[in-house]
Design a protein around this ligand. Structure first.
Ligand SMILES: [Zn+2]
Length: 128
């Protein structure tokens, strides 16, 4: 998975560790997840900022977003960013596929992503 990207304001290289560009100081967050149904380790209302990168979500600690929930598998799903076209899609992994009509779907504003017993709401950040 790609771990760096170019700032869309100034073109400087950025990585997963910075939510704002060290060169031009502008915000790099392109989308957000808001927890609307809590998990064991994530409270309702928690906001997770997303950079234009892909994210793995699951119970294992090797994921970018770790969720503690007995109904969440080790590699549960992935959020895949398409930076050029400016959208994210969800890839449902493993046995979780049975619960969804498709194993890949595009995310639109206010999409609800159910994961185990909890869920997130997804929104794009409108660039200023
Ligand atoms: Zn920049």
């Amino acid at each position: 998975m790609e771990e760096s990207f170019k700032c869309f304001h100034c073109g400087a290289d950025n990585g997963r560790n910075s939510l704002s560009c060290p060169n031009c100081k502008k915000n790099l967050v392109v989308a957000r997840l808001v927890c609307i149904d809590p998990f064991e380790n994530i409270k309702e209302g928690t906001v997770i900022d997303l950079l234009p990168l892909s994210y793995s979500i699951g119970r294992g600690s090797g994921n970018h977003i770790t969720i503690t929930d007995k109904f969440v598998s080790r590699h549960h799903l992935e959020l895949i960013c398409h930076p050029a076209e400016k959208y994210f899609e969800v890839h449902v992994l493993g046995q979780n596929r049975q619960k969804f009509e498709k194993d890949t779907y595009r995310l639109f504003d206010d999409a609800v992503i159910p994961i185990g017993t909890g869920s997130f709401k997804f929104n794009y950040v409108k660039s200023a």
